[in-house]
Design a protein around this ligand. Structure first.
Ligand code: C2E
Ligand code: MG
Ligand code: MG
Ligand code: MG
Length: 285
């Protein structure tokens, strides 16, 4: 592209392009091997009732621990996985691993209503996607009602009729559906009312400055009211302070997920949370 704009443009862009495409290629090469080398793991972050603090769910969040590169955040490698197609095998691994873990917790009698799994656009857009979900459930024995898929607005709105059909199919499997990062994408009220979803996740960017920022206060209130009146469960992500939690609770937000309750943690630590409860909600001595 830059080349077509003439020699100067090419020279102007080339240094930057080379650096970033090298980094990408380098990462893609390593990412290709990461699954086989067991460098990918899932951490879990609790989703809690704002009234009372019971843990109702866990969001599975992928982590990549490379022996030389160190830990690489999903914000960095998920886009590369999406562009290279590696998100397909990685996403299937995440789905199966999360389902297997949730099944084990539930079989052990630990109270967990649902496990939430992030689904990337390219996964959701494949014709085989619904089958992949059906297989993961059959293979692990997890009840469909205990699986929640998190999808963002962007690719729902891109092909709304296709998305609606896929969501309906997933719904008929019994799986739960959530819209992630709500408010950051392109949301049309027209399709929101038609979507067969269960949950809206208020994006962290609207929670950050609660309850001091007037605009965020207005937006958070509006999303809660909208979600509740459409019959959805509303959860806020990125709750870090008691003040934010109280504001959201009083506005009628059902659930919360954030560092106030716990960071995403490895399996053993999450088990401890399920057994002992969330320290932030512990009764004051
Ligand atoms: P997300 O799905 O919106 O996940 C929530 C992100 O917010 C997580 O970042 C979590 O650690 C972070 N977070 C939660 N509470 C707080 C808080 O109180 N304060 C702050 N500052 N951050 C908080 P993480 O784990 O780095 O993941 C980033 C994004 O990467 C996720 O955003 C999701 O879009 C993507 N991702 C993670 N795991 C997967 C996966 O298995 N598959 C796919 N496709 N995407 C994934
Ligand atoms: Mg998510
Ligand atoms: Mg989110
Ligand atoms: Mg987010």
């Amino acid at each position: 592209q830059a080349k077509e704009q003439g020699r100067n443009a090419y020279h102007y862009y080339s240094a930057e392009l080379t650096a970033s495409s090298f980094e990408r290629l380098f990462m893609e090469t390593h990412l290709r091997q990461a699954l086989g080398k067991n460098e990918l793991v899932l951490h879990y972050q609790p989703q809690v009732m704002l009234n009372g603090g019971a843990i109702v769910g866990a969001e599975a969040l992928i982590r990549w621990q490379h022996p030389e590169l160190g830990s690489i955040s999903p914000g960095k490698f998920i886009p590369i996985a999406e562009e290279s197609g590696l998100i397909i095998p990685i996403g299937e691994w995440v789905l199966r691993t999360a389902c297997r873990q949730a099944k084990a917790w539930r079989d052990a009698g630990l109270p967990l209503h649902s496990i939430s799994v992030n689904i990337a656009g390219p996964q959701f857009e494949r014709a085989e996607f619904v089958d992949t979900v059906r297989q993961a459930l059959a293979e692990t024995g997890l009840e469909p009602e205990a699986l929640e898929l998190e999808i963002t607005e962007t690719f729902i709105s891109r092909r709304i009729d296709h998305a609606l059909a896929v969501l309906e199919e997933l719904r008929s499997l019994g799986v739960k559906l959530a819209i992630d990062d709500f408010g950051t994408g392109y949301s049309s009220m027209m399709y929101l009312k038609r979507l067969p979803i269960d949950k809206l996740k208020i994006d962290r960017s609207f929670v950050n400055d609660l309850p001091h920022d007037e605009n965020d206060t207005a937006i958070a209130k509006a999303i809660i009211a909208l979600g509740k009146s459409l019959g959805f469960t509303v959860i806020a992500e990125g709750i870090e302070t008691l003040e934010q939690q109280e504001f959201l609770r009083l506005e009628g937000c059902d659930q919360g997920q954030g560092f106030l309750h716990s960071r995403p943690v490895p399996t053993p630590q999450f088990e401890a949370l399920l057994v002992n409860g969330i320290p932030a909600f512990a009764p004051k001595p």
